[in-house]
Design a protein. Structure first.
Ligand SMILES: [Zn+2]
Length: 285
């Protein structure tokens, strides 16, 4: 039952936050009210079942947040407790079964990207090896807070990857082994936010999509004419980075990629709501 042509890609919003201190987190300054961040996941129909890129929070996270998520995050992030946002419920709403999700590709294993993994316990999880080790062996308080062991207590079928000499627009990259059609999805390491953070490149109807995860947070960071980022979000990215130099270097590499190839590659962040709305609207046409 081979499927011909580009893979069908769904854009899912799998979390919603309106962090306190909002005016520092968006473009419009104090007049803008609360900032609104999201989690942007992709659900991809492939020859080898559904592939979920980033998961947002899981059902248990929303039902038992105090048991599963750090108190500081709950105090600051003003998370929307809506089970309808979970990837699990959205997969079902699209007419699929949860077990149809055969593969999960997290950009990294932070709690807002890996939280939904337990809702798809049989899925293989494809991950860059450096990120796997960072999450399994957290070294600092920052890493102990951001990685929640409860998100992999179900012992997922981890598929770990080293860089093996693939190249994608000049970036070293890895092809996860997804069975048939495996050529169309790649892990592209862009570290700094975490030790093994990757972007995920997916070939779709409109050329390449590059899910940049948390390599940047705000669309203004990739604005080629007028690079900008709200103060609070800039600070947050610095605080959360395990290697801020690598992080900023990688933002520059992504800007260069956009400068040279913006007709072939569309870049987006996991958390920018405007980018999500634009891509979701285009996919719905
Ligand atoms: Zn994140």
């Amino acid at each position: 039952m081979g499927k011909i042509g580009p893979m069908k890609i769904h854009h899912l919003q799998t979390a919603s936050f309106c962090p306190y201190g909002g005016p520092l987190l968006h473009d419009r300054g104090l007049a803008g009210g609360d900032a609104h961040l999201i989690c942007h996941s992709l659900l991809i129909e492939t020859n080898d079942g559904l592939v979920l890129v980033d998961t947002g929070f899981g059902i248990d996270d929303l039902n038992e947040p105090k048991e599963r998520l750090p108190a500081a995050l709950l105090a600051l992030m003003n998370i929307k407790w809506d089970l309808g946002l979970t990837a699990a419920q959205q997969v079902e709403k699209l007419g699929f079964k949860r077990s149809d999700v055969r593969h999960i590709i997290p950009t990294h294993l932070d709690l807002d990207h890996a939280g939904g993994m337990p809702d798809f316990p049989k899925a293989q999880v494809h991950i860059y090896e450096d990120e796997y080790f960072a999450a399994m062996h957290p070294q600092t308080l920052n890493e102990k807070q951001r990685y929640r062991q409860v998100h992999w207590r179900h012992l997922p079928d981890w598929q770990r990857y080293n860089l093996e000499g693939e190249s994608w627009f000049g970036f070293p990259a890895v092809k996860p082994l997804l069975g048939a059609g495996k050529d169309e999805i790649l892990l592209v390491p862009v570290t700094g936010h975490t030790r093994g953070h990757t972007a995920v490149a997916v070939k779709g109807d409109h050329g390449w999509l590059l899910h940049c995860g948390d390599a940047y947070f705000h669309k203004g960071q990739l604005d080629l004419e007028h690079e900008h980022c709200p103060l609070g979000l800039d600070l947050f990215q610095r605080i959360m980075a395990v290697d801020n130099e690598a992080r900023t270097e990688n933002v520059n590499r992504l800007r260069e990629l956009k400068r040279g190839h913006q007709h072939e590659v569309e870049l987006f962040s996991a958390h920018d709501k405007d980018e999500f709305e634009r891509l979701a609207a285009r996919a719905a046409v």
